[in-house]
Write a protein that binds this ligand. Structure first.
Ligand code: NDP
Ligand code: MG
Length: 387
């Protein structure tokens, strides 16, 4: 079996680190072609020493020069900037790309991987939320293999028949997209305006980057995932029902017309979907421990509280409206979450800001990535003005 060459975009993040943990368990299967970072150059240097990639990419040129000096004794070449991210995602030698940069910054390199026909391990849900139509076209054109890393979508993928092309023909009745409800599921509503970034990032079950942790607390993450599911599985939003499941053991479910419900279960550890997508259709060891069903004992399911989680309704509306509304929603949310993390915006204002911008949004069908980026910029500007 030929060793697969892997580029990890966002190697220093939560998903990137988990990916390298899986890679380290299988030196006979995977080798690292490129690693990229944004601010954590020290960590990237350590990762380069361990995996000795052909390339390392930083965002900043000065950082790259320093890193190159510190790696003088290994053959890794250090590059910098957005074009370098696209280059290492699309290089001929690369078989698989882990797309794990957070936010809109991940769009172009993820798209480059799709265009060049790689196996795309998609963690960066923002790519699909912003530019779903164009992204899926790029996957088709490039002959890429798109495998979901997001645990819910990976679960759904595992519960669908292999090679299905259409939900009706596959006999699917609906998707049940589960979400934990985050750290504020039972916090009195009146207390939400005083919650801190650290409280919002203390997810009860998952350890993740700060942006997605806040999204989990507002459940905007589930809203983005609803949009992601529509593109990945080629369905309209009404096929997807969101279910709150506080234990995060059932990662999502698919219901069939005969009444069967298939679920994928496991410990909340991203190494499971990462290993699944890397090895698919085979299975490999991921380092994740056995699920102790007896210790888990209770699995609860609830209808999401719309008053507590207005982001869910906003995302569903954006998904149904189509055009560039999801890109606008994503952009405003990124601005709002960043402001909340800096202590400049109260938690309930995140969803309010998204609502405010979307209410005034005209909406147009983006026919190019430049158009998507223009919508993204305009939404950011409107959000910043309202802050
Ligand atoms: P982190 O914040 O932990 O990591 C983000 C990564 O992106 C880091 O390597 C960071 O570099 C890099 N990065 C940040 N900004 C830029 C930029 N402007 N240009 C280039 N690189 C940048 O995020 P997560 O790992 O949690 O999430 C990554 C993606 O995966 C997100 O899209 C998220 O929605 C998705 N995801 C994550 C899950 C999880 O469990 N964590 C679950 C499902 C999906 P540095 O650290 O060096 O600054
Ligand atoms: Mg998820």
């Amino acid at each position: 079996m030929a060793i697969k060459q892997l580029t990890v975009l966002g190697a220093t993040g939560s998903i990137g680190v988990s990916t390298l943990d899986v890679v380290a368990r299988h030196p006979d299967r995977y080798s690292v072609f490129a690693l990229t970072c944004h601010s954590q150059v020290e960590l990237l240097a350590q990762q380069c020493r361990q995996f000795v990639p052909r390339y390392a990419v930083t965002s900043d040129k000065d950082q790259a020069t320093k890193l190159q000096q510190s790696l003088a004794d290994i053959p890794t070449e250090v590059l910098a900037g957005p074009q370098a991210l696209c280059d290492v995602a699309s290089a001929d030698e690369v078989d698989m790309v882990m797309a794990a940069i957070v936010g809109a910054a991940g769009l172009l390199p993820t798209l480059a991987a799709a265009e060049s026909g790689k196996r795309v391990l998609l963690a960066n849900k923002e790519s699909l939320v912003m530019a779903g139509n164009l992204f899926m076209q790029a996957v088709q054109r490039g002959g890429a293999e798109l495998l979901p890393i997001d645990s819910e979508h990976n679960a759904i993928f595992q519960c669908l028949p292999e090679g299905y092309d259409h939900f009706d023909r596959a006999g699917v009745r609906k998707i049940l997209l589960t979400g934990s409800g985050g750290p504020f599921r039972t916090t009195p509503l009146a207390e939400l305006s005083a919650v801190t970034p650290d409280q919002a990032c203390a997810h009860p079950n998952w350890s993740m980057g700060r942006k997605i942790s806040v999204d989990s607390a507002t459940m905007m993450n589930k809203g983005l995932e609803l949009i992601e599911a529509c593109w990945l599985f080629n369905v309209s939003p009404d096929w997807v029902e969101v279910v709150v499941h506080p234990q995060s053991v059932v990662h999502s479910m698919v219901e069939y017309v005969d009444g069967s419900v298939l679920a994928q279960l496991g410990n909340p550890d991203m190494r499971t979907p990462i290993a699944h997508a890397m090895a698919w259709p085979q299975r490999i060891e991921s380092g994740v421990s056995s699920l102790d069903m007896v210790a888990a004992a209770r699995l609860e399911f609830e209808v999401p509280d719309e008053q507590r989680f207005p982001s869910l309704r906003l995302a569903r509306q954006a998904a149904a409206a189509g055009k560039d509304l999801a890109a606008a929603l994503n952009a405003v949310n990124e601005v709002a979450v960043a402001a909340f993390l800096q202590g400049r915006l109260a938690f309930p204002r995140i969803a309010e800001l998204v609502d405010q911008v979307l209410q005034q949004w005209q909406g147009s069908e983006p026919n190019s990535i430049e158009a998507v980026q223009a919508s993204d910029q305009m939404a950011r500007q409107k959000a910043t003005e309202l802050l």
